[in-house]
Design a protein around this ligand. Structure first.
Ligand SMILES: [Zn+2]
Ligand SMILES: [Zn+2]
Length: 178
């Protein structure tokens, strides 16, 4: 998924394509078990040359399969991501400038005359994966005693409200005072 900059016409380039799960996961380091699986990805974007810079604006639709951090059930998380990048030629930037701009996600650089659009798309999707995925905000999780999924079944164990951030805070304070 590379764009040769000399092939971008004056009026810009509209791109629309979809990518498979296999394509996506090839970008991730092998043995990566971050616990998500990306299904099909759809991308539409507009690539334009602005002087020496290249601007890329677009939208990504991706179905991400995640495991809920409370009940451990798998669920589908549809992500819609809008992104915008401005890439400058690396040759024009001094080294300290390179470092500075590289930190800013929306401002980047390219080397040679090729832009790797795939890398950009994968980066955007990975950033969108929630750190603590929840199948539902009100997911009740698993009973810590018998392990039943409390969204589906009931059990007689009294569960502590470990899911509330306030309860967690209380515990934290209590521990500190001890
Ligand atoms: Zn859940
Ligand atoms: Zn139980």
């Amino acid at each position: 998924m590379q764009i040769n900059i000399s092939n971008i016409p004056e009026k810009g380039l509209n791109l629309r394509f979809s990518k498979s799960k296999e394509w996506f996961h090839r970008f991730l380091p092998t043995g990566d078990d971050s616990g998500f699986c990306v299904q099909k990805i759809e991308v539409s974007c507009f690539v334009e040359k602005v002087l020496k810079n290249v601007s890329i604006k677009g939208k990504i639709k991706a179905g991400i399969e995640l495991e809920c951090c409370r009940c451990l059930e798998e669920f589908n998380f549809p992500a819609e991501i809008e992104f915008k990048y401005v890439l400058s030629p690396a040759d024009d930037l001094k080294e300290d400038e390179l470092e500075l701009t590289y930190k800013d996600l929306e401002y980047n650089y390219y080397e040679g005359d090729v832009i790797d659009l795939g890398q950009i798309i994968v980066e955007q999707v990975v950033l969108r994966v929630p750190v603590k995925p929840l199948c539902n905000d009100s997911c009740r999780g698993l009973c810590p005693v018998c392990g039943v999924n409390l969204n589906i079944e009931k059990c007689d164990h009294k569960t502590q409200q470990i899911s509330s951030p306030f309860a967690a805070l209380k515990n934290f304070k209590a521990n500190k005072e001890r």
